[in-house]
Every structure is written in C-alpha cells, then in structure tokens.
Design a protein around this ligand. Structure first.
Ligand SMILES: [Mg+2]
Length: 265
C-alpha cells in the first residue's frame, strides 16, 4: 500500500465532498471530512472488492449522514460514475443524503443511527456460516456509542468471536448538538470496548500508515477488533474544525472557495 497514494485519495475525497456539498447546498460536511483518511485507507486496498459477491468484503457506513464522503471514495475508486455522483441530492437520484443499497458499491442502507454494528455482526456471522473468508468493516460515529444497540452488538460479536468483524469508531468528540463530553460522556472509551471482549486499537484517525496497520493486521485470537480513530471534526478546513455548526450547515460561495483552497494547499 502506497501511503502517498492514500493521502492523495484522502485529499481528493475532501475536495469532492466540498464540490458536491456546495453544488447540492447540503451539509454534513464536518462529519464527512473527519472520515476522509479512514475511507482513503479502506478504499485503497484494505477492503477486498470485486464482482464475486461471496468473497468480497462488506462495508457499512453506520454514520450514514457522512454518505457524501463514501460516494466520493466510491467515485474516485471507480464504483460510481461522475454522472451518478453529480446527481447527489437531486430529485429522484439514488445518491442521496444517506447511503442506499441500490447504489453500486453500497450493500447496506444506513442513516438511522446505532444500527450499523448490529448489521455488521450479522453479516460477519453470515460469512462464517457460508464458510467465506470475507470480512466486515463497520464505521461508526463516536456518538452512536450513546445507543444501547451498539453495545448489544458488541456483546454478540465478542460472544461469537467474530474475528472477521472490524469496527472503526470516528472519535471526533462531537455530535449534532454538542461535544460528546457535554452531551453524554464516552470516556474511557477504550476500557469500555475492552471490557466487552474486543481487541481495541487506538490511532490518530488522520495517520494513514497507522490506520493501515490496525485495519489490515489479522485477528490473532478470534476477537472482533475495534479501531478507535481519534479524529478532528471538519479536518482540513480551519473554520470547520471542531465547530459544532458544521454538522448541518452548507457553505456559502465564499466559504467554499476558502475551504477548497485549504484542503488542496
Ligand atoms: Mg462524532
């Protein structure tokens, strides 16, 4: 895996998020920018893709409101066309504000928060029952860990020793209406996952080398793995970083110009 290629893909994801967000006048920019590096790593060789349904890996964007980052990664790696991408959030388009399984490259519709890990645990168990080596990656927001369904899935996956399941939590410390430390504190998050029987790895969620290492190392003892990716909300655009309002806001023309200049600098 070429780290320069991963960084270039992450930058291209950020640029594409800004372009399509501006064109559609749709928000969720900060949540999308925070996972650009994670998606760049996953979509530059970690997720095994291809046409054979049985064997290719599965990916679930549990934090479905960051769909634009996923579409950008899928477009930049060839799964969806320019025309499909540019229809983002237009009337009748499959490529909407949340992922839809009718879009090529997307297996699971998401957006109702707190469900992605449960879907992933089921998909991982199904892979085992099929005798398939395919793996399942689920990308969650940190605030999804507010929801009991996440911890039910965590119990289930550890109980069944689903070593083919890898959860990534985008620990950006924010949610729609505030900082997670103020809304519902999550720390010590690593200790919580460990106590549920998971193999816990903590990384800088913008370090493509560290992410690659933790996402590719095989399960050593059959435990499911969670990668706690410490990220900055809005990463790459100074006026969006760690700013709550960019959960929902779209950009003005002037803000768009500044943002593009920063992510492509
Ligand atoms: Mg968050």
């Amino acid at each position: 895996v070429n780290p320069g290629g991963q960084q270039a893909l992450a930058t291209a994801i950020r640029r594409t998020v800004l372009d399509r967000s501006r064109a559609a006048n749709v928000g969720h920019i900060g949540s999308s920018l925070s996972i650009a590096d994670i998606l760049a790593v996953l979509y530059s060789g970690v997720i095994r893709r291809g046409e054979a349904l049985e064997d290719r890996d599965r990916f679930i964007l549990s934090k479905g409101h960051a769909a634009l980052a996923l579409y950008s990664a899928l477009h930049l790696t060839g799964a969806i066309s320019t025309g499909e991408l540019e229809a983002f959030c237009t009337d009748g388009a499959a490529v909407g504000a949340h992922p839809d399984h009718t879009v090529r490259g997307i297996d699971f519709s998401t957006g109702s928060l707190g469900h992605g890990l449960s879907i992933g645990a089921g998909a991982a168990l199904a892979a085992r029952m099929d005798g398939s080596q395919r793996r399942v990656f689920a990308l969650l927001s940190d605030a999804e860990c507010n929801e009991g369904s996440v911890w039910e899935a965590a119990l289930f996956a550890a109980h069944h020793r689903l070593g083919n399941l890898i959860a990534v939590v985008d620990v950006n410390g924010q949610q729609a209406f505030g900082y997670t430390r103020d809304v519902l504190g999550l720390e010590p998050l690593a200790a919580k996952w460990e106590s549920f029987g998971w193999d816990v790895r903590e990384v800088d969620g913008h370090d493509v080398g560290a992410l690659t290492e933790e996402l590719t190392e095989p399960s050593v003892d059959g435990r499911p793995r969670v990668v706690l990716a410490r990220t900055t909300f809005g990463k790459g655009v100074s006026f969006m970083e760690s700013a709550i309002e960019w959960h929902y806001w779209p950009m003005s023309a002037e803000q768009y110009e500044r943002a593009v200049a920063e992510v492509t600098a």
